[in-house]
Design a binder for this molecule. Sequence first.
Ligand code: NDP
Ligand code: NDP
Length: 317
Amino acid sequence: MKNRINELFNIQYPIVQAGMIWCSGWRLASAVSKAGALGVIGSGSMYPEVLEEHIVKCKKATNKPFAVNLPLLYPDIDKHVATIIKHKVPIVFTSAGNPKTWTETLKKEGIIVVHVVSSVKFALKAEDAGVDAIVAEGFEAGGHNGRDETTTFCLIPMVAAAVKIPVIGAGGIGTGRGMLAALVLGADGVQIGSRFVTTDESSAHSNFKKAIINAQEGDTQLTLKELTPVRLMKNKFYNDIELAYAKEASTDELAELLGRGRAKKGMFEGDLEEGELEIGQISGMIKGIKPAEEVLMEIITECRLASIEYKNPKYNF
Ligand code: NDP
Ligand code: NDP
């Protein structure tokens, strides 16, 4: 059977590796694309010349399609867009902003545009803006997150019912069973972030990778809703945020506590105490650091086996 996501991106498996700041550079993106899914470079943490370097290296490493994630609140966004157009990046995932702003410009260049949303309202807005597909990302996801706390289990069917364009389910998906569940709920494909952070090719610091592997259920929390809601791993920095809340800190005081470059400190430089460690709830299930291709094949195999299980008489009520 034809799959709308495979056809749109010209890939073998309907899996997107999420664009993640400090974790998904050209090494991870090219490894995932080479293995038959869609690799995504996370440009939010890259200065313009760094993004250009990563695009050039990604193209050298694979001739398969890959994408760039463009957070729309990135300060030098014009430069990133110019680089993406210059190097003919085939697919762009936009996030954290109004999809109307850049969709037309990118599509005029023949670029496929996908927008990340956390609610039905924004999904409709993105469809109206002319994007080719939507990532519906639920509350379980790591990093920046929606304010409404809609879970993936509820978000996917509601978004799938509301829009005509293909839907990529995201948030809390890191296994083949999770992937199958998302497809059953109405998604055409899935986006997976956290599970790809603990791959050999991810640029996350090894301290961060080890912390993810040791994480248990309940070790992440969505916080800082007054600034930009973010799901992160509980650590000293998280405890400092809790203390600030207990003292009824103002938004300005919270912004001051967050400061600048916390995500880099935690995820790229490996400071597990003072850094911001953005990761999803699925981290409680992640075991082992492996090559990205192995992770991808594990997910595909488990999804296929689980789909066969559905034919088991025990589901024949
Ligand atoms: P290379 O294999 O070419 O080299 C690794 C580079 O990373 C080194 O130049 C080193 O800088 C730098 N680096 C390593 N650890 C840190 C750190 N803790 N803080 C700051 N810099 C560090 O790298 P790639 O080809 O993989 O990447 C090319 C460029 O992209 C590099 O500059 C890298 O830092 C950056 N990058 C950015 C990412 C992001 O999300 N923003 C993700 C991955 C890479 P030094 O010369 O000081 O040793
Ligand atoms: P901060 O404001 O705390 O720090 C900015 C960081 O981005 C610094 O570490 C800086 O690197 C790096 N950077 C890269 N390019 C630039 C640039 N042109 N101007 C200034 N800084 C730059 O931001 P965060 O670390 O919290 O987030 C970084 C970016 O990632 C933001 O654009 C944010 O919106 C985006 N983001 C997107 C997410 C999403 O779309 N889901 C999730 C999380 C973040 P250096 O320290 O080397 O100067």
